[in-house]
Design a binder for this molecule. Structure first.
Ligand SMILES: [Zn+2]
Length: 51
């Protein structure tokens, strides 16, 4: 999950311009190659071994 470093929005799309792919934030119009990545929901390990 990609997060905008400016507004912390997850509305990030790939913005291709130049040699490297950049990212564009649909919320604040941020464009750049710096992006935050955040894990999705933590996996709940509720299942334990039951005898
Ligand atoms: Zn943003």
């Amino acid at each position: 999950m990609k997060i905008c470093p400016v507004c912390k929005s997850n509305r990030i799309t790939l913005y291709i311009g130049g040699y490297f792919g950049k990212y564009e934030c649909k919320k604040c119009s941020y464009v750049g190659n710096l992006i935050l990545e955040k894990d999705e929901k933590k996996k709940n390990k509720k299942r334990k071994d039951k005898i």
